[in-house]
Structures are given as structure tokens and as C-alpha cells.
Design a protein around this ligand. Structure first.
Ligand code: SAM
Length: 247
């Protein structure tokens, strides 16, 4: 079908490709990929010969008008990233926004995404969550971002590079308090691990030595759902008073 198809691909285990993803990739006029060599290997694994064009962070401004022209010509364009769901800390947001603004159909072909996979196995509250991407690598910016996140009354999901994981966990423990957390590593792959502990325990565990692989940090919500305002405190006090034994 003509339009932009936003297609999720596996985050490690090729068995996680969906039937609709295969059908969409095979039937598209072109596949726009972050890294055409990487996606080329995925396509050839599944015997798909669709033309690959590049759509990456650096060339996006130049490449986007060409993809929009293809959509205007009635083509079916499939957008993929190296792994997981496009737009999730990956290119695609402006392409989707402009395709919509120009009135082209945009379809989701959903599938794997590392943050949702991590949330699904972490054993931490999953009713409300905030995905915050990568923390800023520079210390000052990272700490002020963590201070903002401390106010969020939900489970937090973060990506982190393996060589920074110990440092990031220590900063998170300092800025968020010692909340329950999980480090989900290499999900769906051979050496998948999910480590549970408090942020301080995990910072200790990952502080020394070298960690490899791809990581999602999952952090439980603040114990009392963030900060309370005056009215909430009053309501809680009133409720508590009702339960006091009357003498
Ligand atoms: N769009 C992707 C998605 O939906 O999963 C995420 C892209 S982001 C550039 C890549 C980051 O996702 C990695 O640095 C790592 O933090 C996380 N990640 C990707 N695959 C993973 C896996 N199999 N296990 C754990 N984390 C993973």
C-alpha cells in the first residue's frame, strides 16, 4: 500500500521479526534505513531484495525531501532503524511529521523495542512509565537531567552505553534516592541478563570492571509517587485521623 510504513525490526533475535514486517519490507518500493549495510544483511537473511536508501541522523535534511517525493509519487516507503522501533532514540520523527503534514498515509508495523522489552521483564511497576532515552554524557548536563526526572511519578526507562553504566548508576542513586531498579542487558540475545537491586547496589556491582553489551536501565517510581502538595498532605492526614482509635 502507498504511504510511509514505520517498521520495527529485531533487537537481537532475528526470530522476533513479524510476518507483517516481512510482508511490508518485501512489498515496499524502497526501504529507508539508518545503515543500508546493516539492514541489507537483515533483508538478505529473509530473501528480500527491495531497494535500500539511506535515512540517517547526519544526512536526514538532505534525504528527507527525496523520500517525501517518493511518497508524493504514490510509492510505499518502509522506514526501519538498525534495531527495534524507528523514532525511539532513532531517526524518523521529522519524516513522520512531514509525511503527515503533506497528507500521506503513515502506518505502524509494530514489533520489538528495547525499552518495552526491558519493562516487561524487570519486575518493576509497569502501570505508568517514562522513557527518557540516553542521559547526556557530560556530567553537569546529566545531573540536571536526573534532577528533572526525580520529579516524575512513574517508572523510568533509560538507555546507557556499557562503558558509562557504573557512573550513570551512581549519579542516578545520588539524584533519585536509592530506588529499586534493574539493569536489562542483551535482551533476546544469547547472553541476556536482568539484574535487580537498588540503584546503589547496582552502582556498586557495575562500578568496578568492564561491562559489555546493550543496556536498558529500569528504575522504580519514587516511593510516594513524587512530591505531595499541601492539599494532598491535608487529605492524607484527615484520612489517617479517621482511623485513629477514639478514646
Ligand atoms: N529504536 C531502538 C528500540 O526501539 O529498541 C533503540 C535504539 S537506541 C539507538 C539503541 C539502544 O537501545 C542501545 O544503546 C541500548 O541501550 C538499547 N538496546 C538495543 N537493543 C537492546 C537489547 N537487545 N537489550 C538491551 N538494550 C538494548
Amino acid at each position: 500500500a502507498p504511504g510511509l510504513h514505520v517498521v520495527a525490526t529485531p533487537i537481537g533475535n532475528l526470530g522476533d521479526i513479524t510476518l507483517r514486517a516481512l510482508r511490508t519490507l518485501a512489498g515496499a518500493d524502497c526501504v529507508a534505513a539508518e545503515d543500508t549495510r546493516h539492514t541489507g544483511r537483515l533483508l538478505s537473511h529473509f530473501d528480500i531484495a527491495t531497494t535500500l536508501v539511506r535515512y540517517d541522523e547526519h544526512g536526514a535534511e538532505r534525504q528527507r525531501p527525496k523520500l517525501l517525493a517518493r511518497l508524493a509519487a504514490g510509492e510505499a516507503v518502509a522506514l526501519v532503524s538498525d534495531a527495534g522501533t524507528p523514532l525511539i532514540s532513532d531517526p524518523g520523527y521529522k519524516l513522520v511529521a512531514e509525511a503527515r503534514a503533506e497528507g500521506h498515509p503513515v502506518h505502524a508495523v509494530p514489533g520489538p523495542s528495547a525499552p518495552v522489552a526491558a519493562l516487561s521483564v524487570a519486575g518493576l511497576p509497569s502501570d505508568a512509565f517514562c522513557f527518557a532515552g540516553f542521559l547526556p554524557p557530560k556530567e553537569a548536563a546529566r545531573r540536571s537531567r536526573i534532577a528533572e526526572l526525580a520529579q516524575v511519578p512513574a517508572t523510568l526507562l533509560l538507555f546507557e552505553a556499557p562503558h558509562r553504566i557504573g557512573e550513570a548508576l551512581a549519579d542516578l542513586a545520588a539524584g533519585l534516592g536509592d530506588r529499586p531498579a534493574a539493569v536489562a542487558r542483551e535482551l533476546t540475545k544469547r547472553f541476556e541478563t536482568v539484574d535487580r537491586g537498588t540503584l546503589a547496589e547496582l552502582a556498586d556491582r557495575y562500578g568496578a570492571g568492564e561491562t559489555k553489551g546493550e543496556i536498558v536501565i529500569v528504575i522504580g517510581p519514587p516511593a510516594h509517587g513524587g512530591s505531595y502538595d499541601e492539599a494532598e498532605v491535608e487529605a492524607m492526614l484527615r484520612a489517617a485521623l479517621e482511623h485513629l482509635p477514639v478514646s
